[in-house]
Design a protein around this ligand. Structure first.
Ligand SMILES: *Cc1c(COP(=O)(O)O)cnc(C)c1O
Length: 227
């Protein structure tokens, strides 16, 4: 099941990329394994999947202990609690959900010196929903924060991440993802060397690819539903 779903997802990403004049090689699939057992991660890993995303820190740390022999690239995609940043800085390769200088500074200070820089994305509350975290989609505010985070020694600011509201149509999805692209371009033209757009989940990944996504975060289409 997981094996076939992954195969068809890889194939699908390939097709949608080509269709939009992109190379599938610029797109990384993060398999979101929250609420799924380590056995599911092992099966995906055996198919060649290396990037995995987790939302809950304790669940993730437990899985990492059990899977320590595997060469997994771990992405933290959940909400950040400021008293838990140390473990995040020690145990993950990527943090997608940074939204303040305070948290970024803690992560930088707590990133062990012997590890490579911690890759981070700034989360944007792109549809300005009360229920979601993230920065408002404001170009100037984003740029000034990005300029400060770009200076932090143990972090590498890679780009932007969003979790959009569910949309009624593809054209609305594209409108939202295009705003992310515009924010990203604003950083680039002002000299911040960002290369990552973390966007696209099971329901909207085609539109995300079309709008320049480089990191897809997909759970359900690989592992099935989380109930
Ligand atoms: C759960 C989750 C995903 C994966 O969602 P699916 O709809 O199952 O593909 C992606 N990103 C974040 C931040 C998530 O919490």
């Amino acid at each position: 099941m997981i094996e076939q779903q992954l195969d068809s997802l890889y194939q699908h990403i390939h097709q949608v990329s080509e269709h939009n004049g992109r190379s599938a090689e610029e797109i990384t699939l993060v398999a979101v394994s929250k609420n799924h057992p380590v056995s599911a991660i092992r099966r995906a890993y055996a198919k060649g999947q290396r990037h995995f995303g987790e939302n809950y820190l304790n669940e993730a740390l437990d899985k990492q202990r059990q899977l320590s022999k595997l060469e997994i690239i771990w992405h933290y995609i959940g909400r950040i609690q400021s008293n838990k940043t140390r473990k995040m800085a020690e145990q993950f390769d990527w943090i997608h959900t940074v939204e303040s200088l305070r948290i970024a500074t803690r992560l930088s200070n707590q990133r062990p010196q012997d590890l490579p820089e911690l890759n981070v994305c700034l989360q944007i509350n792109i549809d300005e929903e009360d229920s979601k975290s993230g920065l408002p989609p404001d170009k100037e505010q984003l740029l000034s924060l990005a300029q400060e985070i770009h200076q932090l020694p143990q972090l590498c600011l890679r780009g932007l991440m969003c979790i959009p509201a569910l949309k009624a149509s593809v054209s609305e999805e594209i409108k939202t993802f295009s705003k992310m692209q515009a924010l990203q371009n604003h950083l680039k033209v002002h000299g911040i060397p960002v290369d990552t757009l973390s966007m696209g989940m099971t329901n909207d990944l085609d539109s995300a690819i079309r709008c320049g996504s480089t990191l897809l975060r997909v759970g359900t289409a690989i592992f099935g539903s989380r109930e």
